[in-house]
Design a protein around this ligand. Structure first.
Ligand SMILES: Cc1cc2nc3c(=O)[nH]c(=O)nc-3n(C[C@H](O)[C@H](O)[C@H](O)COP(=O)(O)OP(=O)(O)OC[C@H]3O[C@@H](n4cnc5c(N)ncnc54)[C@H](O)[C@@H]3O)c2cc1C
Length: 501
């Protein structure tokens, strides 16, 4: 749409001549932006489209660029005519944005199919869930003392503070950085948790080393493919995801993304954004996005741009920022590879010490951080559509299993875990940040009206974290555009909100 550029430019120039007062990132005449671009149609990008539509109203044109498949890291693979989650799969009952999306889109919760979990150390099971809750509690107490109670209280306290975000966002408050957001929720304690290791924080809390090695480490391995040296904040996000009351979306979690695009009346452009560059348009800035499909190249101008994909060079978004003065800072860090292998076959229960598969009672096997263990977890999984009367396959039957491992499983590894198999489907994910304990959190505001969503993943990578970041960016973009800066980075929000009521 190059043809309309001079006209748009004139309009922008006119509005900036008419505008009085200081220059900056926003329009002064109260007019909404006319075009917004979002790069990436994962849950972060599509939720941003939805929230931006809510805040800026029906007139603004929203383009969402996607170089791959809508859903991004929410994806399914098909085995025997049934679909299974291969990326982000579970959602916590207190993930209120995800819940709200499902409700607004008329989607359904997928039924939970019970199954027991055990922890394997490469030689034997060291912890086994039974059918009796009280027995499990007694065993935990016997082996670890009150470590699990201390842990539970710690996670609950963090979650309670984290839940404040829904109140703040409900009242329209936004944050210009991940640090500001975390600080408003949990003060310097939350910020410290993004720098201190999980093991250090838990030891200080009085959780035993044995509990950390045998329970916490397996949870970190299944959720983030990493060990207990990850930062305490992301550790807490991971532990919250290991609690009861988890759910998923019937038909596949990615349905939320396609649904939100429709709800937002956003225009999906299947193309890779290659460059983003600023152009002065009177007193404000527009951004030129160059993009490429397999067959052609294009270019468009936007008033606001949200990048909703990781920008670390190792992830390969292929976006280059050109013409910024000063240059935009490099986004440091790298993403962690996790290989998800969806295997249709017969589990080798003998490997786990159960020669008779009929006696193998577990649906999920987690692992400790033991040298030589080549997989993080192996679990019998259920399809995204669960019909009434569905039952989980027994280990003596051919079932569908998801194995997470740091490297693709070679033939010997597959033969170790499976007696035989019909198919293996492999997704090598750049799954989540490779967490170091001293990583700085990336910026949210890259330039006047250019925003970056995925910095939040360095505090915690999950569907809900991307959704919280999406709502924050929509509010931030709206307040900065309309110059309501009193709604950004306000201190002491709990108190403020109480007195507002
Ligand atoms: C194996 C695995 C298991 C997980 N398990 C869970 C879980 O159980 N629960 C949970 O809550 N979270 C889980 N997560 C994390 C969760 O999936 C992610 O945090 C979340 O999906 C990230 O969404 P996003 O939209 O921010 O990023 P993405 O989903 O990565 O979306 C970014 C999109 O941008 C597109 N893109 C990139 N560059 C360009 C470009 N230049 N132009 C156009 N498009 C571009 C990409 O193709 C992609 O579709 C898991 C992740 C993985 C990989």
């Amino acid at each position: 749409m190059h043809w309309c550029l001079p006209f748009r430019f004139l309009l922008t120039l006119l509005s900036s001549i008419l505008a009085l007062g200081d220059s900056g990132f926003a329009q002064l005449d109260g007019a909404p932006p006319s075009k917004i671009a979002i790069v990436g149609a994962g849950i972060g990008g599509t939720a941003t489209a939805h929230f931006l539509r809510q805040h800026f109203g029906p007139e603004v044109h929203i383009d969402v660029f996607e170089k791959g498949t809508v859903g991004g890291r929410l994806a399914t693979v098909t085995v025997n005519h049934q679909d299974y989650e291969s990326g982000g799969s579970i959602i916590h009952s207190l993930n209120l944005h995800m819940q709200d999306f499902v409700k607004q889109l008329g989607l359904k919760y997928r039924k939970n199919v019970a199954g027991k979990t055990a922890v394997f150390n490469g030689e034997e099971f060291i912890l086994e869930e039974t059918d009796w809750y009280l027995l499990d509690l007694f065993r935990l107490w016997w082996r670890y003392g009150i470590s699990f109670i201390r842990l539970q209280m710690w996670v609950e306290e963090i979650m309670e503070k984290f839940m404040r975000i829904y109140k703040y966002q409900g009242h329209g408050y936004a944050f210009s950085s991940v640090e500001e957001l975390l600080h408003s929720l949990g003060g310097s304690g939350f910020l410290n948790m993004t720098h201190r290791s999980l093991s250090e924080s838990l030891l200080e809390l009085g959780v035993s080393q044995r509990f950390i090695d045998e329970v916490i480490a397996p949870v970190m391995r299944v959720n983030y493919g990493q060990n207990i040296s990850i930062p305490a904040f992301v550790g807490a996000v991971s532990l919250a995801g290991a609690q009861a009351n988890l759910w998923a979306v019937e038909g596949g979690n990615k349905l939320v993304c396609s649904g939100l695009l429709k709800l937002a009346k956003a225009n999906l452009i299947q193309a890779q954004v290659t460059t983003i560059s600023p152009h002065a348009a009177g007193e404000s800035t527009q951004y030129q996005l160059n993009y490429a499909t397999l067959t052609e190249k294009g270019s468009e101008f936007y008033d606001i741009v949200v990048v909703a994909t990781p920008l670390q060079s190792s992830v390969g978004s292929g976006i280059s920022f050109q013409g910024f003065e000063p240059q935009l800072p490099d986004i440091a860090g790298s993403y962690h590879h996790t290989v998800a292998s969806i295997v249709h076959g017969y589990l080798n229960c003998s490997y786990f010490g159960f020669p008779d598969p009929k006696l193998f009672p577990f649906a999920s096997v987690l692992t400790t951080d033991s040298p030589g263990l080549f997989f993080n977890s192996a679990a019998s999984i259920c399809p995204v559509n669960i019909s009434t009367g569905f039952r989980r396959k027994q280990p003596q039957e051919a079932g569908v299993y998801k194995v997470f491992s740091p490297q693709p499983l070679d033939k010997p590894a597959l033969k170790t875990l499976f007696r035989s198999y019909y198919s293996v489907q492999v997704t090598d994910w750049q799954a989540y940040p490779h967490y170091g304990s001293t990583q700085d959190l990336p910026p949210v505001v890259l330039h006047d009206s250019l925003y970056y969503l995925n910095g939040i993943e360095w505090a915690g990578s999950a569907m809900e974290m991307s959704s919280v970041a999406a709502k924050n960016i929509a509010l931030l973009a709206y307040h900065r555009w309309s110059r309501q800066l009193e709604m950004v980075d306000q201190k002491d929000l709990m108190h403020k909100i109480k007195t507002e009521l």
